[in-house]
Ligand binder design. Sequence first.
Ligand code: NDP
Length: 199
Amino acid sequence: MAPLEITLIVAATRRMGIGLHGTMPWTGLRKEMAYFRRVTTRTLASSGSPPNAVIMGRKTWDSIPPQFRPLKDRLNIVITRSAPAQPPSDAPATQPVRVSTLDQALAYAREHGIARVFVIGGAQIYDMAAQKATRVLLTRIERDFECDTFFPIKLEGTQSAGWTKRSRDDVRAWTGEDIEEDGQVENDTKYHFEMWERD
Ligand code: NDP
């Protein structure tokens, strides 16, 4: 069986800041959140296919308001050191699957026929997935916010390890989203949707 492709999805400032005090550094980017929801939910096949998987660290899970979790219409997998020894064969829809390694998360997704796997943060789990990831969907936030948590992968510059920014058409084709050339502005905050892939 072909290995699952892993896509990281993240919103980050120019300095690659992603979090502050256990939550997002910004508020009110509703269209950005809607993009995240659509892209992580949209499956490859039209109907009858299993949902996509979203893999996250326990702290990111905790940061989601209880009324919005598990993230609906997606298989939620949480990485934590306090996971049961064996993930359940079928998790109840109201609970995430808890595992202690990324490999267990991927094995679970594979066993359940999942086609698209997204790693949705935070920094510790992006770092864990860095070597295996083939794609990063980056929302580039063009404003400085105070941050204490940073995206750990260098996509550009001298320390980058073979990542290439794809065209807007490529982003459209992969995400199914109509990406505006000049980006979006919400709450005085400008941002762009980008896609980076390994060479
Ligand atoms: P994470 O969400 O990456 O979760 C960390 C937890 O993951 C650890 O406490 C541990 O859970 C588990 N974990 C980490 N390493 C391992 C390991 N080797 N084995 C097993 N379990 C492990 O936390 P971060 O603090 O890095 O990121 C959270 C921040 O990121 C928040 O501010 C959040 O809002 C932000 N964020 C921002 C995003 C963005 O797009 N801007 C996206 C996602 C998050 P346990 O302690 O239970 O053992």
